[in-house]
Design a protein around this ligand. Structure first.
Ligand SMILES: [Zn+2]
Ligand SMILES: [Zn+2]
Ligand SMILES: [Zn+2]
Length: 257
């Protein structure tokens, strides 16, 4: 007795291998390049799909931070009366497209987190992701981020649950949706990995100069390296300190109710 093979729910195939019924494999013109379904190794996903899902969720925080940084100079020039517009998407307005893209990524991942809480057998006892710094509508729906660190917290919560997600019937949909969002967004606003960029609008907590550099460190536990480039200071920020610096900035600009 052998257990029937489960195939990757994304519909992946093995290159160069074919179903018995494949008719075009030996054709001269347009031959099939492979149609044998790929076995699922993690729940309903093949190893490639599961690895991609994991790496997309791991990449999201750095991408959101990158997008927030791109939109930052535009938010600075907005008159204070527009902060309300920024906070309510229904009222349209000045939200920079990069920030909109960051919101879209966060909101998508948050919707998967919500589904996990609804469907996981222990969901009712599970503590959901820490929503500090997320942006909610007045009805409580998570629609984006006010502080990029919110996405770090969300993804930290999501990552250990991905093996469970891979076993759900919607695994392929999650992998496709998250994958498409991360891929199209990174294509539009590429991250120059490991390239330091000056942080606009945040003063160093130690020396008070606007002299912080931000470097995404993809794949590491801490998704960034923030340090002061003032040679007389050189402070390196922990996640909590960076979080505090960003929170202070958003309070000063009136983004937090
Ligand atoms: Zn074939
Ligand atoms: Zn697959
Ligand atoms: Zn400094």
């Amino acid at each position: 007795m052998s257990t029937p093979t489960v195939y990757c729910a994304s519909g992946c195939v093995v290159r160069g291998q074919h179903r018995q019924t494949c008719e075009t494999r030996d054709r001269e013109v347009d031959p099939c390049k492979g149609c044998l379904p790929r076995a699922a190794e993690y729940g309903n996903l093949c190893a490639f799909c599961f690895q991609r899902l994991q790496s997309d969720v791991a990449t999201a925080p750095a991408l959101v931070a990158h997008l927030r940084e791109i939109g930052e100079p535009y938010a600075q020039v907005a008159p204070p009366s527009d902060t309300r517009t920024y906070r309510d998407p229904a009222e349209g307005g000045i939200l920079h497209v990069a920030w909109g893209a960051a919101d879209e990524i966060h909101a998508d991942l948050a919707s998967w987190a919500l589904l996990i809480l609804e469907e996981h057998p222990n969901g009712s006892q599970m503590r959901g992701p820490d929503e500090t710094g997320a942006w909610h509508t007045r009805y409580g729906t998570t629609v984006g981020v006010v502080v990029a660190e919110a996405t770090v917290r969300l993804c930290t919560w999501l990552r250990p649950l991905l093996p469970w997600c891979a076993a759900q019937e919607w695994a392929a949909e999650m992998r496709r949706e998250v994958g498409a969002l991360i891929a199209t967004t990174s294509a539009r606003w590429p991250m120059q990995d490991s390239q330091a960029r000056a942080v606009v609008g945040v003063r160093c907590a130690r020396c008070g100069f606007e002299s912080l550099d931000y470097t995404p460190t993809k794949g590491a536990d801490l998704p960034f390296d923030v340090r002061c480039v003032n040679p007389e200071c050189g402070r390196i920020y922990t996640e909590a300190e960076w979080d505090a610096a960003l929170a202070k900035m958003t309070v000063e600009r009136g983004y937090v109710a």
